[in-house]
Design a protein around this ligand. Structure first.
Ligand code: NAP
Length: 298
C-alpha cells in the first residue's frame, strides 16, 4: 500500500527558528531587542499550554517574551487601556492577545486596538487587509505555517485545486487568500457546504481547519493529495483511567484520521508535530519583522 510521507513540522520549525535566532543575534549587537508581550484574560488550559510552548521557543531563539495574565473580571475598557499603554511603549515591539476571551469582551474590537506594526499575529484589520491586497509578507501564523508545509512537500500551487475546510477569520479565510495569492484554484468549505466529500475529493491540496476529530476520512481524499491538518483537538485515550498509574487520559489529534488518510495522500502533516510548531516559529519571525518595521530609520 502506498503510504504518504509525513511532513516534519518540528524540523521545518527548527530551520525557521535558526534563521530568526541569527537575525535576533545581529539586532542585539546593535542594541535592538524585539520584545513580545502576550495578554490573557482569565484562565484557560489550552491557552496555558500554547503560552508555555511559545515562551520556551522564544527564550531559545533569544526574543524577550513577557506574559501578562489579567484578572478574569477585567472588562473591555481595562483590556483596551492596557493595549494602549503597550502601543505607546517603544520597548514593547509586539502584542498578542490570546483567545478565547470572556464573553463580555469583543475580540475583534480588541484586535483592532493593537497598532498594526505591533500586531505580530496579523489579526487586525490592517494586516488582514494586506492579505487581500497581496501586500507584505505578514499574515496569520497558522495559515503561513500551512503554506510552509505545502512548500516543503514540493507541491505546485499554480493551477492546482486547493480545498480549505473551515472559514474562520483567523485560519480558514486567510488560508484561502494565501492560496489564491499563489494562483491555486481555491474552494472554501464550511458548515453549509452541501457535500463536503464531493469537494474534498477534488483537492490536490487539502487544508483542514475545523476542530472536529475524525472529520476527514480516507474516502474523502484524492489519491496522491497533499493533506494539511491544522486542527487541534483533545480527545480521551480509550481505556485510560485516571489514577496513580495512568498519567494521561487525553491526547491531541487533528481533524484528519491520520493512519487511514496517510494510505491515500502523498504528503500529510501529523498532529501534534505538524502545523503547531511551524506556527510558533512563524510567530517569532513575525515578531522580528514587526520590530524591524518599528526601528526602520531610527
Ligand atoms: P473556529 O473559529 O471554530 O472555526 C472552525 C471553522 O470550521 C468554522 O469556519 C466552521 O464553520 C467550520 N466548520 C465547523 N464544522 C464544520 C463541518 N462539519 N464541515 C466543514 N466546516 C465546518 O476555529 P479556528 O480558530 O479556525 O481553528 C480551527 C482548528 O484549528 C481548531 O482545532 C484550532 O484549535 C486549530 N488551530 C490550530 C492552530 C495551529 O497552530 N495548529 C492555530 C489556530 C487554530 P461555521 O463558522 O460556519 O460553523
Amino acid at each position: 500500500v502506498p503510504s504518504a510521507r509525513t511532513i516534519d513540522g518540528k524540523a521545518i520549525a527548527r530551520a525557521i527558528e535558526e534563521r530568526v535566532a541569527r537575525e535576533v543575534e545581529e539586532l542585539k549587537t546593535r542594541g535592538r531587542f524585539p520584545h513580545l508581550v502576550t495578554i490573557q484574560v482569565g484562565q484557560e488550559p489550552a491557552t496555558e499550554l500554547y503560552i508555555r510552548n511559545q515562551k520556551r521557543r522564544f527564550r531559545s531563539i533569544g526574543i524577550r517574551y513577557h506574559h501578562l495574565n489579567l484578572d478574569p473580571e477585567t472588562d473591555q475598557e481595562g483590556l483596551l487601556s492596557q493595549i494602549r499603554s503597550f502601543n505607546a511603549n517603544p520597548n514593547i515591539t509586539g502584542i498578542l492577545v490570546t483567545l478565547p476571551m470572556p464573553p463580555s469582551i469583543d475580540p475583534i474590537r480588541v484586535q483592532q486596538e493593537i497598532l498594526p506594526e505591533k500586531d505580530v499575529e496579523a489579526v487586525g484589520p490592517f494586516n488582514l487587509g494586506n492579505l487581500i491586497y497581496n501586500r507584505g509578507e505578514m499574515g496569520p501564523c497558522s495559515a503561513l505555517a500551512a503554506m510552509e508545509a505545502i512548500r516543503h512537500a514540493g507541491a505546485r500551487l499554480e493551477g492546482a485545486r486547493a480545498v480549505v475546510v473551515g472559514h474562520s477569520s483567523l485560519v480558514g479565510k486567510p488560508m484561502t487568500l494565501c492560496l489564491l495569492r499563489e494562483l491555486a484554484t481555491t474552494t472554501t468549505c464550511h458548515i453549509a457546504t452541501r457535500d463536503l466529500r464531493e469537494e474534498t475529493l477534488r483537492a490536490d491540496i487539502l487544508i483542514v481547519a475545523v476542530g472536529k476529530p475524525g472529520l476527514i476520512t480516507a474516502d474523502m481524499v484524492k489519491p496522491g493529495a497533499v493533506v494539511i491538518d491544522v486542527g487541534i483537538n483533545e480527545v480521551p485515550i480509550e481505556g485510560a483511567a485516571p489514577g496513580p498509574l495512568a498519567e494521561r487520559t487525553t491526547r491531541i489529534v487533528g481533524d484528519v484520521v491520520f493512519e487511514d488518510v496517510a494510505q491515500r495522500a502523498s504528503w500529510i502533516t501529523p498532529v501534534p508535530g505538524g502545523i503547531g510548531p511551524i506556527t510558533v516559529a512563524l510567530l517569532a519571525r513575525n515578531t522580528v519583522w514587526c520590530a524591524k518595521e518599528q526601528w526602520q530609520g531610527g
